[in-house]
Design a protein around this ligand. Sequence first.
Ligand code: C2E
Ligand code: CA
Ligand code: CA
Length: 708
Amino acid sequence: MTKKPLALVVDDDNASRITMVAALRKAGFETEQADNGEKAVDVFTLRQPDLVFLDVMMPGMDGFDTCRAIRACPGGEYVQILMVTGLDDTKSIEKSFLAGGNDFVSKPINWAVFGHRARYMLRAGKALKDAYLSRGLLAQTQDVAKIGNWKIDFQTGLCTISSEAMVLLGFGAEVKEDLSISEMLDLLIGQHKPDVYDTVVDSIRGRESFTINFQRETPQGSAQHIYMRGETLLNENRKPDFLLGVVQDITRMKRAEDEIRYLAFYDSLTGLANRTLFLDRLKKIIEYSERNGRSFALLFMDIDNFKQINDTMGHYAGDILLKNTAAIIKKCTRKSDTVGIKGLNSPGNLVARHGGDEFVLILAEIASPESAAIVARRLLEAIPQPQIIENQEISVTTSIGISVYPEDGTDTDVLFRHADTAMYHAKKIGRNNFQFFDESFNAAAVARFSLEQDLKVALANDDFILYFQPQFNLIDQKVVGVEALIRWNHREKGFIAPDQFIAIAEDCGLIVEINKWVIRAACEQSRKWSNKGLADVRIAVNLSGYRLGEQDIVGTLKANLDKFSLSGRNIEVEVTENVLMQNTEAIVETLKGMKELGVRVSLDDFGTGYSSLSYLTSFQVDVIKIDRSFVMGCISNNKNKVIIKAIIAMGHSLGMKIVAEGVETLEQFEFLKKYDCDECQGYYFSPAVPAIEIEQRLLKASAAVKRA
Ligand code: C2E
Ligand code: CA
Ligand code: CA
């Protein structure tokens, strides 16, 4: 049950006092009485009533004096005081207001409406009290916390900003008056925050109170965290007259919060995440991976023989060693940003110190367990690098255990336990190695590692060869170019297709060398063909998108074009859409550089990726290659037909040439021809073949032309 409101009735006349009390009780009030002014002040101080009914005509302290006295009491400024005057005694009414009365009621009292009147006064009083209180609170807190304030007058639509507000926002200490709302908000929020701006404007329009936190930039350019609040002040009719606001610089508070968060979630020695944050993130990534059908790896690593080092060299040295190791781990995982595909809301990788000399890593979004093996191997290589600690050179190794979601477990405990078990296994079989919990992953990792080693050898021994697949003009079916496709002639395993090793080369960085090799080999071949009168055959090379912007491809191209005295028209470069999507300055420069050399740029596998028109137009690609998956099913699948027609029409409207790949049948060829595709390639004409076969074919054709 809510507390009844309390009314104090002050009247020297017993009869009228008692009648009033009875009426108020009926209206739901609790009551107190006083028959003179002094008593009234005492009762007020003791009971803090919500309403006071005050007879103006009393012996001794009259109603006006009593009103003033009550107003001066603590809490007296908010109470509703109703003066009880004689009929139409205008003088008394005026005096009542001057003394601080809120309203008056004349004798004889209309008892029929008296109760309603009292309840109305109570409501109005409460609203006013709240407003006064918040104003009072504002004034107080402003003093303590250096808060600035501002005000909007809804009658005039004009605003005022206090000098404190101006100072804390980085302006001069001048009070600003008669501003429009938008002028005021520009000062408060700044012009670069349209979302915050709109939120606040919406509240102001609706005349509603609001609270908001945001970041702004001071005129001096420093970042500031701002807390802003606006409170509507209601008049007696419960309508908002003003919006009274505060603005506070909470930058220091935020910083303190950050610090607290740091202490709670990070390890102070190494700066890595601590166990708490790690467990939280592990939970999150499990949820994320489950939702999105992704995989991730958990690496548990432990420094080999750390205890021994700590005991012999001391804790200080041990601490430095841990710090250095943490830094190396961080660096190694940062490099792994190309491992796996990054989802939009992926929680990302995390390195944490689990305690002592144990570290844990979460590798988000791995494409396969192999990606985790690559990082583990990188760690095992980087960590033993000698460090100088206290004038002594020391070198440590680590043992790493890996568990993979979801194969090795789907909850934090199991995944963690399995990574731990795998780590102990790694220790047991001699330290300085990594082990998957799942044995089959270990076997795959070993196989892949050996392929990676072989790849290095292959590059050194020049065990690669380019095959060429002819590309035909659809109108006259003449060969206009060839696509160079790499083959690895493995010394023991025979020919290995690019699908088997390009991804590995990307992961271990060897792709940079492979790109160079391909460009050189293609240019060399082009020179040979030119020497034999086949100068018109353009050779298209495939460049993997992996860190393409960082490889000085343009430099490599230019050097080889020069070396073999070729023009840019002899070479074409095929890249996939993910290259354009990287949209870094380096990529933009690379593509521009190629065009300046006169090298044709074509977009490979179009239709399988983002197929974003805006990228096509902004990069001015010359050629679109329709992915073979569309071409292959184009006769039986109507959807593919529509897509192909659309790509051709769209490409042509942008001034691009269209090449179809994977053409295997006459029907496919005729379909493409009908819809104006420009060039095509595929098994229907020829698979990729050694250079000599292309050469013979082309020489035969040109001889035939000459004979004719
Ligand atoms: P891609 O660039 O889409 O190359 C076309 C692939 O389709 C080639 O496979 C080619 O032999 C094959 N192909 C050609 N015509 C037909 C056809 O009518 N039907 C079918 N089913 N397939 C056809 P390949 O040579 O095994 O190359 C596979 C992928 O490896 C290439 O796809 C390309 O992404 C990559 N690749 C090849 N050579 C290189 C290279 O020198 N450097 C780089 N970075 N990647 C390369
Ligand atoms: Ca290609
Ligand atoms: Ca392709």
